[in-house]
Design a binder for this molecule. Sequence first.
Ligand code: FES
Length: 591
Amino acid sequence: MAIKLKIDRQDVSVPEGTTVLDAAAEAGVHIPTLCHVPKVTSPGSCRVCLVEVEGARTLQPACVTPVMEGMVVRTHSKRARQGRQMSVELLLANHPWDCNACVRNGQCELQTLAQTLGITDVRFPYSREEIPVDTSTPAVVRDMNKCILCRRCVAVCQDVQDVGSLAPRARGFDTVIGAGAGENLCDAVCVQCGQCAAICPVGAIYEQDAIEDVWRALDDPEKHVVVQTAPAIRAALGECFGLEPGTSVTGKMVAALRRLGFAKVFDTNFTADLTIIEEGHELLTRLKTALVDKGEVSLPMFTSCSPGWINFMEHFYPGLLPNLSSCKSPQQMFGALAKTYYAEKEGIDPKDIVVVSVMPCTAKKFEADRDEMMDSGFKDVDYVLTTRELGRMIQEAGIDFMKLPDEEQDSPMGMSTGAADIFANTGGVMEAALRTVYEVVTGRELPMEKLHVTPIQGLSGLKEVALTFEKCQPDWSFLEGVTAKVAVAHGLSNARKVCDMVADGEGGYHFVEVMCCPGGCIGGGGQPRMTTDEVRQARIKAIYTEDEGRPMRKSHDNPAIDQIYKEFLGEPLGHKSHELLHTHYQAKAPA
Ligand code: FES
């Protein structure tokens, strides 16, 4: 039923149940918000969205007030403006005034609000006791002195990721957002995904900054510093320079990295292609063991490229760890090969090689620090920058990003296919794997329009598709007539659903892709803020466009992958691959 009301003297008609905030947006009126994030949380606690409703005694929070027939709303009356200013002043009175030295300076929602609302003075004294900054994990820093108790981080951690490591502690003026039962995040069951850092409106949660470490390495004449960039970076980095979400900036990104001083600009896409070869063979080997040898094998096989998802499995579903592919993530495969294959090929002592990754994800920082990620004999990946950190480095270096020419990655570890591009988004790893597995097994291309497996694309939480193998090649005749059922989940609350199904023997899946963050890596915790569903869709579109524009779109067509097997690795799942490209997982403290 349509409800008719007046907002700032305009007649508005909206469906019943619409909030005043959304009705105002329909009418082209922007009401400021802070605690409200569409599709994530709307606790109605910050009181920044106050409006005057005729007949109501008090100002009403627009984000949680439903429209009513005949309602008359004033969004910028003197009373509404003063109410909002008071709400923001109260927040500012409890917030350190060191904006110039804050990581969010210039990008802080509280700072912007204060400016928009014309607040130049705060009438209340600052009266907060100092809380030690929590730097206990390699991924995320928590500075609760700056927390404004909007609880966005709590909502994303509990409801979107279903991890629940963050929660309010104490009450009233003493309330703080705590991590687990201890003081610090390292005491909590945290998967390090950084979704809290991506959604925090102020400087209370942010990534561990590796920028100074990377500058130091670049300044060291003894070091040969190479960089790899994850597929998702190219569809988001432009946002740091004011470009629309979904603007692909691959060529400019490469040019910027060269100007920053990296000796070689490589691509994580190269090892994404390699992952498909290794993981595809692992899947086929598991299927053969189950179908031909009738041996013990864990199916479905889960993908293993998302480190937040690995952390989630280790904490919450240790019984399913044998189902995880033993493949390292593309980031870690790259690091191990840079310090072995590349070092050997170029005659560089691996101790002098510094590997820097640019990743959309804070959990990648944690992954690079894992004890088992030293198979090259050194730390395989030295430093991990998020997309946001790379944006800051480019700005600090004074590089005019928009004026950069498009440049190409270096060889050999910069060559890749469209299949690697789509690792960036939910469903992409599975689609890339199916492009290769189907062709290896049948000798024919995947019979889908433009090679896209549409049922597993898009932002539905849990997607599935079944594919029947017909007219198989002699080596794979055991798959003749077999229908492979695959599933794709993104965001850990969806991952939990699929894990519960598998643990209960349901689903009948053979292969499952899970990405920790909503939308996959394009929505990672290290990407430019704010990542809404519209932003996710725009980035995904850019990634598929990139894929479709490539001359090579299947991982097994990448000649640099052929070359590395011939020159160095031998064969998929061979001895050297096991040594450098595969790993194992460990059960962690339960949740
Ligand atoms: Fe409405 Fe916070 S945005 S109360």
